[in-house]
Structure formats: structure tokens, C-alpha cells
Design a protein around this ligand. Structure first.
Ligand code: BES
Ligand code: ZN
Ligand code: ZN
Length: 506
């Protein structure tokens, strides 16, 4: 597990902004602000009008995620950081989430420990205080995470404690912020858990090791955990998971995590979560080109997301039962690999002709989905870095959302809006499913390139029976080479908070 974690905490304090004592006070400003907003006038006075002066000089435009650091010797805090909130008419929770992440990243090389934050304070913001508290604490956590395990820690990189305090003069608002903050921290910690796991390279995390990580997580968060090894998978006839994993010396696993939050004797899950965990996807015999192949350590992101969700579910103490299934395999070429032409009798009994060993995600998922569907849950949600085609279709700004039930997809989509991790509904079935028929088995694992995200999802749909099911293809969004002002590059944990919002609304 991670060796370097940058310490962070978030609390709420009822207090006038100018009474706050600490190393820095942070305020938000809209684009085009000409005069110091009412919420900041007292604070501005105590610093000798530093904000007012800056606005007069016009160096700060207030564009989203723009920042300015002001120094003063008069106030209880030696610095003010202003962060831009963009267009006043377009303010939403995600603006605040990103603004919070942005200032936290900006401060990572400053010598600050006590951080007062009041980016929610402008009287023009009409968002619910509880939701603002949640979004801001999510942003703080998101901004604070970097993958540093193998980096010589930069002397200037402050990993020591950063104590963020949301400062709010109104007692009632402070209460609401506090409520939201509690939830935001749990959701964001789940997401950070996912990012830590997903960033860990393939030489450190292989399927058995991921199983051990799940056991550690289960112990820490009070979940039940069962890890099926390759022998047990053979007894269970999980032949698709076994086929994908057979080329690696690191044998496949099926990880099961259970959370029981609902009283009553029927312990069956309300929701089954399934996550693709290919700890490294070389493509197998249908080997991938070497350019960017290193990013295929992120092919376990769906499984890592499900693990992060489960950690948070137990912290939230939700009153539902959730079971997670994480099929884990390493897709490698070798003398014992599965091959193009192989026909697999999958766990469901359906047969699949392998035409490309690089389309392995749908294979491990089909066994896990069929196993999950047998539990007769009210819903199955899977997360997977499934297709390059969804990267082409939607790019970095939406995950692909597919499924067999409009109401379930609608709920997941709404949850994704709330969490600021947008998803876009895409079609399955019909002609897309027909494209996946084989001449010698029930299905084949690939067809032509056209509609590749929808044909892959249609393949999966054959394994869930009539259980309401949603599939989130996170191939484009689970990792990114691009650093943003509000978060580091690498694993993003995209959709972890969205799935948690869905479960909270269940
Ligand atoms: N893990 C990949 C999908 C992927 C591609 C994830 C790019 C992240 C970024 C998956 O196993 C895969 O290789 N899919 C193939 C399927 C094809 C052979 C039908 C793809 O999308 O190219
Ligand atoms: Zn692949
Ligand atoms: Zn893959």
C-alpha cells in the first residue's frame, strides 16, 4: 500500500472571517468583480484593503481556477489566497469543488498548516450550504492527493499536516456545512483509496495482491471479504476469468466484498457492484502496440473503483446491502495463454469464441455479472475500462453509460451530475448485439470497430438476465496524463463519487 500520503483534515468553524487565526485565508471571487463583496469587506479592512486594491489594479480576473496570493502583515493570517469562480450565472457545486482543489494544490509548496477557507461565502452564491460543504471538502481531498510512492520526496513538497477549516459566521450555515463536510470527506476518501490502488503499478499489484488489498480494506472498514483463488474458480466453472488469467504466472482471482447495512433475515444484496480488474493488459497473444502500453496498469481501475466505493459505503453506514464482485486477472502472452480461436464455456453456460485476446474485459466481467445476477439483486452496476471506442466517442469529458433499464440509468446519470463526473447514455442491444453473434458459439468477443463501446456493452447485457443493470465504461476517464490545477495526473477515481451518490439515493 501507499508509502507517501499527504496529511489533510477538514473541519468547520463558526467565526467571522477577520477573526480567523491561521496561516492563510482563502476567498472566492466571481469573474468581473469590481467591488469587494459584502461577505469579504470586514476581512478586507483587517488586511489594509489588500483585496480592494487588487480589484482596483485589475490583475485578478476571477476566471475559474485562477489564483492570486496576497500578503499582509496586519491580519490574523499573513496571506490571502483568492480563487476565481468564473461566471456568476454559471456557478455550480463543481466550480467550488475545483476551486478548493486548486488552492490546495497551490499551497502544496507553501509553508502553511492552518488554512481558513471561505470560498462558499459570497452572498451571490445560492447553493445549499450542506452541498457546498460536501463539494468543498471533496475538492480539498481531491487536490491533496498525489502519487508519490516512488518519488524522492521534494524538500519543498509539504506532506505534513494541512488543516483546512471552513470559516462561516452564521451558526445555522456552519451547521449545514459541517453535515456536508462529513459526507464529502467519506466520499472523497473512497475516491482517494481508488486512486492509490489504481496508480500502483503491475509489478506491485497483481491479482493475488489485489485480493490481499481487498482483505486489508475489509478489515479496516468492517466488510466481509472472500477471495476465490484459481482452484476455486475452476470448481465454480468461472472459465472466462480463468482463460484470461491463464497466460500469467500471477493467477486470477475473484474478489467478493460484502456490506450488510439492512436489518432483516434476507441478507441478499440490494445492489451488486462489479469492477473490471485487469492488473495489467498487454493484450495477450493479440498483443498491443508498445506506445502508451504502460497506461494499461490502469486497466484495473473499475475494480479499484468498486473497492473505494465499498470503503465509503461502510463509513456512510448506508441502510442497504451491497455486494462487490471484482474479477482480477493479468492479461499476458505466453506458452500457457488463451488464444484467438479458443471457445470458452463461461460460468453462465453460454459459449464464447475468442477472436481477440485483447477484448478480455468483457470475458472476466461476463462471469462476474452472471454470478452477481444469480443473487437476484435489485440492481447491478459495473465499472470498467472496457473499450478504446468509448475514448473516441466521448473523450475525457463523459464516461459512457449503458444498461437495460432506463430508470436505473437515469438515476446513475443524475448521480453523476451531482458528483461532477458526467456520463452520457449510449445504446445497446438489437443490431449491436447481432454483431456479436458467432458462427460456432453463442457469442464472439469482438466484431468490427464500428460502435465498439456499444457492441461490448451489448455482449455484457447477455449475462445479467432480467436484473436491472447499468454499465459505466470509464476507459477514457479513469486515468489521465494531464495534470489539472485542481488534481494530479494519473488515476482519477472517476465515477466513484457518482456511484456513491447513486447508492445514497437508493
Ligand atoms: N483495456 C482495453 C480498453 C482501453 C483502451 C482502456 C484504451 C483504456 C484506454 C480493453 O481491454 C481493450 O483492449 N479493448 C479493445 C477491444 C477490441 C480488441 C475489440 C479496444 O478497445 O481496442
Ligand atoms: Zn484488452
Ligand atoms: Zn482491458
Amino acid at each position: 500500500m501507499p508509502k507517501v500520503i499527504k496529511s489533510i483534515s477538514v473541519a468547520v468553524k463558526e467565526c467571522q472571517l477577520d477573526h480567523y487565526k491561521g496561516d492563510v485565508l482563502i476567498a472566492g471571487l466571481f469573474e468581473g468583480t469590481k467591488r469587494v463583496p459584502k461577505s469579504l469587506t470586514g476581512m478586507d479592512k483587517s488586511t489594509g484593503q489588500s483585496v480592494g486594491n487588487l480589484l482596483k489594479l485589475g490583475d485578478f480576473k476571477g476566471k475559474a481556477n485562477e489564483t492570486a496570493v496576497l500578503y499582509n502583515s496586519k491580519a490574523n493570517f499573513g496571506r490571502i489566497i483568492l480563487v476565481g469562480l468564473g461566471d456568476k450565472k454559471k456557478i455550480e457545486l463543481n466550480t467550488l469543488r475545483q476551486a478548493a482543489g486548486t488552492v490546495v494544490r497551490l499551497m502544496s509548496k507553501m509553508d502553511v498548516t492552518q488554512v481558513g477557507m471561505a470560498i462558499h461565502a459570497d452572498e451571490a452564491i445560492k447553493l445549499k450550504p450542506e452541498l457546498m460543504g460536501q463539494a468543498i471538502s471533496e475538492g480539498v481531498m481531491m487536490g491533496r492527493y498525489d502519487y508519490l510512492d516512488y518519488m524522492p520526496v521534494d524538500k519543498d513538497e509539504k506532506t505534513g499536516p494541512m488543516k483546512v477549516t471552513l470559516v462561516e459566521p452564521d451558526a445555522r450555515v456552519a451547521m449545514e456545512l459541517k453535515k456536508g463536510c462529513k459526507i464529502g470527506l467519506i466520499l472523497a476518501q473512497g475516491q482517494t483509496q481508488t486512486r492509490m490502488l489504481a496508480n500502483t503499478p503491475g509489478n506491485e499489484i497483481n491479482p493475488p495482491e489485489l485480493g490481499r488489498e481487498a482483505q486489508r480494506l475489509a478489515r479496516k472498514f468492517g466488510l466481509k471479504c472472500k477471495v476465490f483463488n484459481d482452484k476455486q474458480l475452476a470448481e465454480m466453472k468461472m472459465n472466462a476469468i480463468l482463460a484470461v488469467g491463464q497466460g500469467s504466472i500471477n493467477k486470477p482471482r475473484l474478489i467478493m466484498l460484502e456490506y450488510v447495512g439492512r436489518k432483516g433475515k434476507k441478507a441478499s444484496p440490494d445492489v451488486v457492484l462489479v469492477g473490471k480488474a485487469i492488473t495489467f493488459d498487454s493484450g495477450g497473444i493479440s498483443i498491443k502496440p508498445s506506445l502508451n502500453m504502460e497506461t494499461m496498469k490502469y486497466d484495473k481501475s473499475g475494480g479499484c473503483s468498486v473497492m473505494g466505493v465499498m470503503a465509503a459505503v461502510s463509513q456512510l453506514k448506508l441502510g442497504i446491502n451491497v455486494t462487490a464482485l471484482i474479477p482480477a486477472a493479468e492479461n499476458m502472452p505466453g506458452y500457457s495463454s488463451y488464444r484467438p480461436g479458443d471457445i470458452i464455456r463461461t460460468y453462465s453456460g453460454k459459449t464464447v469464441e475468442v477472436q481477440n485476446t485483447d477484448a478480455e474485459g468483457r470475458l472476466i466481467l461476463c462471469d462476474a455479472l452472471a454470478y452477481g445476477a444469480q443473487m437476484k439483486p435489485k440492481a447491478i452496476v459495473d465499472m470498467a475500462t472496457l473499450t478504446g471506442a468509448v475514448v473516441v466517442a466521448l473523450g475525457q469529458h463523459h464516461a459512457g453509460l449503458f444498461g437495460n433499464n432506463d430508470s436505473l440509468m437515469g438515476k446513475v446519470k443524475d448521480a453523476s451530475k451531482a458528483s461532477g463526473e458526467p456520463m452520457w447514455i449510449m445504446p445497446i442491444g438489437g443490431a449491436y448485439l447481432e454483431m456479436m453473434r458467432s458462427k460456432m458459439a453463442d457469442l464472439k468477443n469482438v466484431c468490427g470497430r464500428e460502435g465498439g463501446a456499444s457492441t461490448a456493452a451489448s455482449f455484457l447485457s447477455e449475462f445479467v438476465g432480467d436484473v436491472p443493470w447499468a454499465h459505466i465504461d470509464i476507459a477514457a476517464v479513469a486515468d489521465t496524463p494531464e495534470e489539472k490545477p485542481y488534481r494530479s495526473s494519473g488515476a482519477t477515481g472517476y465515477a466513484v463519487r457518482a456511484v456513491l451518490e447513486y447508492l445514497r439515493s437508493f
